[in-house]
Design a protein around this ligand. Structure first.
Ligand code: NAD
Length: 450
């Protein structure tokens, strides 16, 4: 059984890979299990050194990895460079975190109470195709730093960067068996990881639908689970905001990565008194977005990841939109930037499109803005644009979302926690918070009584 890997911008074949099944998954879990005792016993400074070496190798192979990612996902090379830069930073960060995530001593009667942060063992990591290596690193960094060994399952469409990273990990001196990559179907390899009795935890990023299956499957072995799932985030623009700045930034908040971004601010809520002016500015800014060859340094948006995904995205646009952009002719899974005027009840405002389609929705006042923004099963991300500082804080506290930004659409950073409320998942990645979900706390009481 082989797997053909395509370049979504050209539809040309990039690679032909063996597709792993249950047997190969079991072998990877066995390898990770065998490597665990020695890996957890590596002295913290040595484990940190190995992770730092991996970070440095990612930096040294920055352009190569960026090209792999750009070609495999069809994403603009400029974006891919940013993502691979972040991968290196993530490994640097967790190299530095190895000896800073420690236990406590707690005052108790009759003795000493202390806690240890124990690694979980073998961790299964299942990641999507939109930011393949980036999202993998968010899990690999804390998992390895805490002394776990790993089986990583990249998405079937985009396994190339993960395979290359596994080579670099060996080159860095990380022992064989510590980081295993298995390429195969979610319903086979992913499911096996979820149900495998020797896998202690699943770190999952993907759709809410599959996330629900992960939870159900993990129940059988009471596996630890962290879930980073879908989103339908709101970009809330008040009339007192710098409208020019908000409108200039809004296209990148939803069309970046061709909208295939869990944080996409795909519901643009605009205060009614500023709606017409904002819509005009937004159309203009969207028109200027450069869509084309991902290998061109100036390109800002590439194609979608696959023909099947393009069909799904297209199914959301049922009526003549407010604006539809241009796309290149010829091969490639292109879909134009699309702006649609909608109500929050429309399908386009309720479901995750995961493509370059944004819904513009008017609101009357602050209370309605909050109600609309929260009227979704998701709760991942969002933005608030206003010049009123008190309002910014009030709204930020009222929004049911894990990752917000004010007068900015940027809310993902190596050192800050990332994750969702509601059906966008649970658990936090990045920052020191991610370490919590890759360790178990062990509490030990030592009697000091004579
Ligand atoms: P997906 O859920 O289809 O697949 C994600 C991963 O799960 C893939 O590796 C896939 O092979 C695997 N998988 C599929 N079925 C499985 C099963 N039955 N058992 C085990 N594993 C299975 O998602 P996708 O289409 O690759 O990615 C897009 C989705 O990911 C969107 O919903 C997006 O919002 C979400 N996402 C979330 C975040 C976040 O951090 N919250 C980040 C990126 C993407």
């Amino acid at each position: 059984m082989t797997l053909t890997i395509l370049n979504p911008a050209t539809e040309q074949r990039l690679a032909q890979l063996e597709r792993a099944g249950v047997e190969e998954t079991d072998a990877a879990v066995a390898a990770a299990r065998a490597a665990f005792p020695a890996w957890r016993a590596v002295a913290p400074t040595d484990r940190a050194r190995l992770l730092r070496r991996l970070a440095t190798l990612v930096e040294e192979h920055h352009e190569e990895l960026s090209r792999i990612e750009s070609r495999n996902v069809g994403k603009p090379i400029s974006g891919a460079r940013g993502e691979i830069g972040m991968v290196a930073q993530v490994f640097h960060f967790y190299a530095g975190a190895v000896d800073k995530h420690h236990g406590e001593t707690i005052p108790v009667a009759g003795g000493v109470d202390l806690t240890f942060r124990e690694p979980l063992g073998v961790v299964g990591l299942i990641v999507p195709w939109n930011f393949p290596l980036n999202i993998a690193s968010w899990k690999l960094g804390p998992a390895l730093a805490c002394g776990n060994t790993v089986v990583l399952k990249p998405a079937e469409l985009t396994p190339l960067s993960a395979l290359r990273l596994a080579d670099l990990a060996l080159e860095a001196g990380i022992p064989e068996g510590v980081l295993n990559v298995v390429v195969g179907k979610g319903s086979v390899v992913g499911r096996r990881l979820i149900e495998h009795p020797d896998v202690a935890k699943i770190g999952f990023t993907g759709s809410t639908e599959v996330g629900q299956e992960v939870m159900r499957g993990a129940a059988g072995t009471v596996k630890r689970v962290t879930l980073e799932l879908g989103g339908k985030s709101a970009n809330v623009v008040f009339a007192d905001a710098d409208l020019e700045q908000a409108a200039a930034a809004a296209p990148y908040a939803v069309f970046d990565n061709a909208g295939q971004d869990c944080c996409a601010r795909s519901r643009i809520l605009v205060e009614r008194s500023a709606y017409d002016r904002f819509a005009e500015l937004l159309v203009e800014a969207t028109r200027n977005l450069r869509v084309g060859d991902p290998e061109d340094d100036a390109t800002e948006m590439g194609p979608l990841v696959s023909a099947a995904h393009r069909e799904t995205v297209a199914s959301f646009v049922e009526e003549e939109p407010l604006f539809r952009g241009e796309i290149p002719e010829g091969p490639g899974f292109w879909y134009p930037c699309t702006l649609v005027e909608a109500s929050n009840q429309d399908r386009i405002a309720r479901e995750e499109v995961f493509g370059p389609v944004a819904a513009l929705i008017p609101f009357a006042d602050e209370a309605e803005a909050i109600a609309l923004a929260n009227d979704t099963p998701y709760g991942l991300s969002g933005s608030i644009w206003t010049r009123d500082g008190a309002r910014a804080l009030r709204v930020a506290r009222a929004l049911e979302a894990g990752v917000l930004s004010v007068n900015s659409n940027s809310s993902v950073r190596v050192s800050t926690p990332f994750g969702g409320f509601k059906q966008s998942g649970f658990g936090r990645e990045l920052g020191m918070h991610a370490l919590e979900s890759y360790t178990e706390i062990k509490n030990v009481f030592i009697s000091t009584e004579e």
